[in-house]
Write a protein that binds this ligand. Structure first.
Ligand code: URA
Length: 239
């Protein structure tokens, strides 16, 4: 029978097959290195994005701090020694919000540095975190004379700065320490005993109210519920 013009010899077939296989191999290698390259590029841009967000938080926080430097909005400006803006990591996952600076805080310009502050540091460390990893601030940035309770007018004038601080940091969880912090942030009159122990929402951020460390100094038996509350926060911030 006459061989058709397209029929190949076994040797030719072998060569053709080898050529096809080598071509396919090349294509597969090209595509996978392209995919690896793309993944690498993606991870690089994600890293850069995180760096930008981190720098932004710090910048925004600085702006809020500058905005309220030498604030004269309320009468507390006349009696304060230092405005206590806040302290800690601008990229913190947790922000602790207290009531107002006391005598030690007013003297040093830093939040929670007195006896209640030392207890707060112990609570934070018991959570397995360093104090410098979280952010700490107060509802009021200036000390009410004689440590009296904050007045509604003082809270409403000062609250805007806390709001901007929390927006800048954008933490995963806010821990409101005591009645004033919890009730101010949640816009409620419900007592802290009923608010604590479960998450609420503050502008889309999870908020856990708990007892104030100063209350714990007077009522050590309240340490147990506080420990339960902070354990819920720890679960929330686990990666
Ligand atoms: N109590 C607070 O509420 N805030 C402080 O900074 C210190 C004590």
């Amino acid at each position: 029978m006459e061989e058709s013009f397209y029929q190949s010899t076994p040797e030719q077939l072998q060569k053709e097959l080898l050529f096809v296989v080598q071509g396919l191999k090349g294509q597969i290698l090209n595509q996978s290195s392209l995919a690896v390259g793309l993944e690498w590029k993606k991870s690089l841009s994600a890293e850069n994005e995180i760096k930008v967000i981190k720098a932004n938080n710090e910048e925004q926080l600085k702006k809020v701090c500058q905005e309220m430097a030498n604030c004269q909005l309320c009468q507390l400006a006349k009696t304060r020694h230092n405005l206590v803006f806040g302290d800690g990591n601008p990229n913190a996952q947790i922000v602790f919000v207290g009531e107002a600076p006391g005598a030690d805080e007013d003297e040093q310009g830093l939040p929670f540095v007195g006896r209640a502050g030392q207890l707060l540091t112990k609570i934070i460390e018991a959570m397995g975190i360093k104090r410098k990893e979280v952010y700490i601030c107060n509802i009021l940035k200036c000390r009410p004379p004689g440590n009296r309770n904050p007045l509604p007018g003082e809270i409403s004038l000062c609250e805007q700065f806390l709001k901007k601080q929390l927006q800048a940091i954008s933490p995963k969880v806010i821990c409101a320490l005591g009645t004033f912090a919890a009730q101010t942030l949640l816009k409620t009159n419900v007592p802290i005993t009923l608010l604590r122990g479960r998450f609420h929402s503050y502008e889309g951020i999870k908020l856990m109210p708990t007892y104030h460390p100063a209350y714990l100094l007077r009522n050590p038996s309240a340490k147990k519920p506080v420990w339960e509350d902070v354990q819920m926060i720890m679960k929330e911030i686990q990666p």
